[in-house]
Ligand binder design. Structure first.
Ligand code: MCA
Ligand code: AMP
Length: 502
């Protein structure tokens, strides 16, 4: 079976008469997708772009973002989506690192791009006037790409301050997404409600590629809205994918609207990923809709690694077994493989593996153990049936809020710029809505003062420089941070004391 580019290319040209997408901006068939992607790729080629060049996309969810993706694939240009919540410093880091030839943006984000740019870069408004227009123009014959050619570069946070570009080749994306969606029984009679952002692999990877690989159609929502999810399903959509925060809001909505809960019974499949789905939420959703959410686990670097099986009764808190093509093992602190029921770090191989962190050979090789095993940093165990449970993460410096991965150090670096901050630690504490909520613990220069305004100033500082979801939800002032004998901040101690006194 062809694993990579050719399979994707065949998939999106095999169903010309089918509807590909419904959105607030109208509908798009597979044939229109092909025509517009080809016209856009022709324009890019005329502008001198070649395979391996990068194009960054910093724009809200829109059909044109998907047209751009397939235009990039036709030419072999690497598609670099940027989180639309980012502010100029965060965007500047990505543009400096990825060195794209072109940035596609929309009216709402253009000012941020222009403020972010250090070098002169071509910037175009997505969808207008020429690049993504449906009008006549040169078209590009789809080039043949090796399966290992890079298709996507996804920026993700690690334990260090700056995000890294994960390079994903066609082989990994197509092989792994089709393996996962085959497990889930996706077929051309399914219709996906897609309300996840198009800049991460959950929405873009499973949502867009998965649909195309099966000739499915997508109801594309501009953002997550429980009422619109219900309407889409009432109108015939069959599949919904979300992060746990979305399910929490959906359950809240359905609690007050029994007919809506009933409408969801008609759907075929609900899946959750990107963060832990609490057993309570799983059960409440099943009670309301009759559906057992299929939970799965993944990572930008490895794509989709573990999933519940459709045919098996799901148990809350369990993320299932390796997706076909993926190998998984559990290792101890010294990298020795442990018995499956012991707790240890999850390492994975095969499947949707990245090829590298862009321009970072040392960090790339440090992230793999001998034999090509990727060190996920997630702490897991297998139950007696061989199913995996995610127990936690090795590093307290990585926080997951609402499905977004956040580096504690990036926030600390910003807060440290306040001239009254002597020391600061950022941690994630358990939170029912977001999974984890960001709390900053700061030591002010000198003594804390009565009615200190430092907490509000620190929140404002973070809000001015970082994406809104990285803003501390709470700031606590203290005289000193707990440190061990080597002087390292004991974040576990902080988390324990903050969790004890909400
Ligand atoms: C929004 N806010 C948040 C978050 N999102 N706060 C903490 N964490 C968040 N994730 C804050 C905003 O800053 C704002 O606060 C307030 O919530 C309302 O903002 P709004 O934009 O209206 O929020 P929203 O549109 O309702 O967003 C919530 C959301 C969103 C829909 C759940 O966070 C989301 O789309 N999450 C999905 C992320 C995702 O796709 N992850 C997949 C990664 P203020 O006004 O005070 O600033 S891929 C992955 O993890 C792997 C590979 C995998 O396995 O899937
Ligand atoms: P990202 O870098 O955004 O791709 O996030 C990947 C991380 O999300 C993983 O390393 C896990 O920590 C977390 N994650 C993804 N899926 C799940 C899940 N089903 N349960 C718990 N954590 C998850």
């Amino acid at each position: 079976m062809v694993a990579g580019w050719a399979r994707l290319r065949t998939a999106w040209t095999t169903h010309p008469s089918r509807s590909f997408l419904r959105s607030d901006r109208g509908t798009l068939s597979y044939v229109e997708l092909e025509r517009r992607a080809s016209a856009y790729a022709g324009w890019l080629a005329q502008e001198g772009l070649r395979a391996g060049d990068r194009v960054a996309v910093f724009a809200d969810t829109d059909p044109d973002v998907i047209v751009a993706l397939f235009g990039h694939h036709r030419l072999g240009v690497i598609h670099v989506p940027i989180n639309t919540r980012y502010q100029h410093e965060e965007v500047n880091h990505i543009l400096s690192d990825a060195q794209p030839r072109l940035v596609l943006t929309d009216a709402a984000h253009r000012a941020v791009v222009e403020r972010a740019m250090t070098d002169r870069l071509a910037v175009k408004l997505i969808g207008q006037p020429a690049p993504l227009g449906a009008g006549p123009g040169p078209t590009a014959p789809a080039a043949d790409h090796p399966d290992d050619a890079p298709a996507l570069m996804i920026y993700t946070s690690g334990t260090t301050a700056k995000s890294k570009g994960v390079i994903l080749p066609f082989r990994s994306i197509v092989g792994n997404v089709s393996a996962l969606t085959d497990l889930w029984g996706w077929s051309s009679s399914d219709r996906l409600v897609l309300a996840l952002p198009l800049f991460h692999v959950h929405g873009l990877g499973i949502g867009v590629y998965g649909s195309v690989l099966h000739g499915m159609s997508i109801d594309l929502l501009p953002s997550f809205d429980p009422a619109r999810v219900v309407t889409a399903i009432a109108e015939g959509a069959t599949v919904f994918m979300g992060v746990p925060t979305m399910y929490r809001r959906l359950v809240h909505h359905l609690d007050g609207d029994p007919p809506a809960a009933n409408a969801l019974r008609a759907a075929r499949l609900f899946t959750s990923g990107s963060a832990a789905l609490s057993p309570d939420l799983f059960t409440r959703f099943e009670t309301l809709t009759g559906h057992q959410i299929v939970e799965r686990y993944g990572m930008s670097e490895t794509l989709f690694t573990l999933s519940n099986r459709l045919e098996e009764r799901r148990r809350p808190g369990v993320v299932g077994r390796p997706v076909p093509g993926v190998e998984a093992r559990i290792v101890d602190e010294d990298g020795r493989v442990v018995a499956p029921t012991e707790v240890g770090e999850l390492e994975v191989r095969g499947g949707g593996m990245m090829t590298e962190y862009w321009g970072k050979p040392e960090e790339t090789s440090a992230s793999f153990a001998a034999g090509g095993w990727f060190k996920t940093g997630d702490v897991v165990r297998q139950d007696d049936r061989g199913d995996f449970q995610i127990v936690g993460r090795k590093s307290v410096d990585i926080i997951k809020s609402g499905g977004f991965k956040i580096s504690a150090r990036e926030i600390e670096d910003v807060l440290r710029d306040h001239d009254r901050v002597e020391d600061v630690a950022v941690v994630g504490i358990p939170d029912p809505e977001w999974g984890q909520a960001i709390v900053a613990v700061a030591v002010p220069v000198g003594e804390p003062i009565d009615a200190d305004t430092l907490p509000e100033e620190l929140v404002a500082l973070a809000a001015a420089r970082l994406a809104g979801y990285k803003k501390p939800r709470r700031v606590v002032l203290t005289k000193a941070l707990p440190r061990n004998a080597l002087g390292k901040i004991q974040k576990h101690v902080l988390i324990a004391s903050l969790t004890a006194q909400p």
